[in-house]
Design a protein around this ligand. Structure first.
Ligand code: SF4
Length: 228
C-alpha cells in the first residue's frame, strides 16, 4: 500500500504540465517569460523540455497554497474575491500577452490583483529585507496591464510554516515600456532564430536561474540545433 500511495503521488506530479507550457507560440508570451534568462526562455520555446521532478513538486506545493488562500480570503469578511484563476489575452504592438492571474479581489472599495508566490526562502529574505523580487514585480505589472487594474499585491508565503509578506505594486508606465522592449527583443530572437545571451550566467545576481535549468548542456555549447 505505501508504495502504491507514493507511486500515485509521484506519477501525478510527473505527468503534470506547467500551465503555460501547453501553448508555447512565438508572438504569444506569458508574464513569466519576460523577466527570466532570455536564453532559457528561448530554449523553452524551441524545445519545451519538462521541468525536473524536484521543480514540479514545488509547483504542485504552490497550487496547494493557492487553494488554501482561496479559503482564507473567503473566510475573511473584509476581502471579497471577485475572480480566481482568470486567464486573459491582450495584445499590443504585434505582441500578445496571455496569462492566468491568481485572484482579483476588492477591499476598502479598491480592486486589486493578488499574485501568490510560494517560496522556501521567505523568512531569511525578510530578515535581509530582500523578499520582494524584481522578476515578480515585472510579472505582476504585466497582469496589471492585461486586466487594467493598476494596483497589485505580491503575497509571499513560505511553504514550510506559512509565514507571509505582502508588497503593493503600482502600475508604472515607464517600467511597462521597458517590459515591452524586452519582450520585443525576445520575440526577435525567436522569429529570427538567433540565440540570446546567457543572462543567467553572465549576471552574478541571476546565477540562481542556472541551478535547475533544463537546458544547461545546450547553453554550455551555445547549441542552436534544438530538435528533440
Ligand atoms: S544555464 Fe543559465 S544561462 Fe544557460 S540558459 Fe539556463 S538559465 Fe540561462
Amino acid at each position: 500500500m505505501d508504495r502504491i500511495l507514493k507511486g500515485s503521488i509521484d506519477s501525478f506530479i510527473e505527468n503534470t504540465r506547467h500551465k503555460h507550457r501547453g501553448s508555447q507560440t512565438v508572438g504569444e508570451y506569458h508574464p513569466s517569460h519576460i523577466p527570466y534568462c532570455m536564453r532559457r526562455v528561448w530554449y523553452d520555446f524551441k524545445i519545451g523540455r519538462e521541468f525536473p521532478i524536484e521543480v514540479k513538486r514545488k509547483m504542485e506545493a504552490g497550487k496547494v497554497i493557492h487553494s488554501w488562500m482561496d479559503g482564507v480570503f473567503k473566510s475573511d469578511g473584509k476581502i471579497t474575491v471577485l475572480e480566481t484563476e482568470i486567464t486573459k489575452e491582450r495584445g499590443i504592438g504585434g505582441l500578445k500577452f496571455k496569462g492566468t492571474c491568481d485572484f482579483i479581489v476588492e477591499a476598502d472599495g479598491q480592486k486589486a490583483i493578488i499574485d501568490i508566490k510560494s517560496t522556501s526562502w521567505l523568512k531569511s529574505q525578510i530578515e535581509k529585507g530582500q523578499d520582494l523580487k524584481d522578476h515578480h514585480i515585472t510579472q505582476v505589472m504585466v497582469y496589471s496591464w492585461m486586466f487594467d487594474i493598476p494596483t497589485a499585491y505580491l503575497l509571499y508565503i513560505d511553504r514550510s510554516d506559512l509565514t507571509t509578506s505582502c508588497h503593493k505594486v503600482e502600475f508604472d508606465k515607464n517600467e511597462f515600456e521597458g517590459i515591452l522592449r524586452r519582450t520585443t527583443t525576445l520575440d526577435a530572437h525567436l522569429t529570427e532564430n538567433t540565440l540570446p545571451e546567457a543572462e543567467g550566467k553572465l549576471d552574478k545576481d541571476r546565477n540562481w536561474e542556472c541551478k535547475n535549468c533544463p537546458y544547461s548542456v545546450e547553453c554550455e555549447n551555445n547549441k542552436m540545433e534544438v530538435k528533440e
